[in-house]
Design a protein around this ligand. Sequence first.
Ligand SMILES: NC(=O)c1ccc[n+]([C@@H]2O[C@H](COP(=O)([O-])OP(=O)(O)OC[C@H]3O[C@@H](n4cnc5c(N)ncnc54)[C@H](OP(=O)(O)O)[C@@H]3O)[C@@H](O)[C@H]2O)c1
Length: 278
Amino acid sequence: MPLFYGWYIVGVGALTQIASVFSLSSTLSVFLKPVTEDLGVSRGAFSLVRTVEVLISAGIAPLIGPVIDLYYLHRVDPNVPIEETVGAMARLVEQGKVRYIGLSEAGARTLRRAHAVYPITALETEYSLWTRDAEKEWLPTCRELGIAYGAYAPLGRGFLSGNIRSADSLTPGDRRQGHPRFESENLARNVQLLKPLEETAAAKGCTPAQIALAWVLAQGEDIVPIPGTKHLHHLEKNIRAVDIELEGADLAKLNETFVPGSTAGTRYPARQMGNMGR
Ligand SMILES: NC(=O)c1ccc[n+]([C@@H]2O[C@H](COP(=O)([O-])OP(=O)(O)OC[C@H]3O[C@@H](n4cnc5c(N)ncnc54)[C@H](OP(=O)(O)O)[C@@H]3O)[C@@H](O)[C@H]2O)c1
């Protein structure tokens, strides 16, 4: 069972060395910030066709090698027809710069339109015990079309490790301070959801983070969790989640508490929520 790791743990230098061992996937905005700056390309125009082409040809090759295995559009630009953007991404495949293409935070209708232009290999969208939005429409659409699902932030941005119990534990500059779910009042309510997760972890002799990942893995072989960490000891522990078998009773206990919609606060600030599932 594969477990993907985000760019945050892997320096660009390391990428050149491991490229032959691991598959590389990239989204445009996070990784390419320095490149967009060098080229003077607006980061606000991530999905514009020209940006996609310019960044791939000028930016990626010198950094990690000539080919990206899986290249995601991050995010769908409402001002550019998805057919146009996917058409440009398909040309990158034809040119041998990219092997497969994916979308991030695309809605069901967009996925269908995109897939009609060129096969979409994966959708990368948030999914975890406390973020179940995908179950309603996006995940079923992926399954219908045979598209894999990359579950980003499967640890609830650290919340599901049980280590963040009050807003005070976030240091200044931590991006989660701007996330409604981590605001004091919401966080206090969300912490109450952790009990069954921690009980299950204790009963199985593992960590809540491992159970959170095992839960994502248990949702289907077509779902690949993408946990992030800056710490090797977390990475080593998290990888062990692939060996954890959650039984029906364990899953039921977790599902009864983390009922879709039970999390207090939206997963992104209001101004960003409009860009999700477009
Ligand atoms: N496509 C998109 O729009 C999008 C958006 C966001 C993220 N992503 C991708 O998804 C990946 C994961 O997202 P994410 O990092 O925001 O959220 P996440 O994986 O849900 O959570 C990461 C957080 O959990 C902590 N953590 C990890 N393992 C832990 C452990 N064993 N015990 C305690 N704490 C642990 C990390 O802290 P430490 O660093 O201290 O371990 C970090 O703060 C990113 O690397 C990125 O590639 C994609």
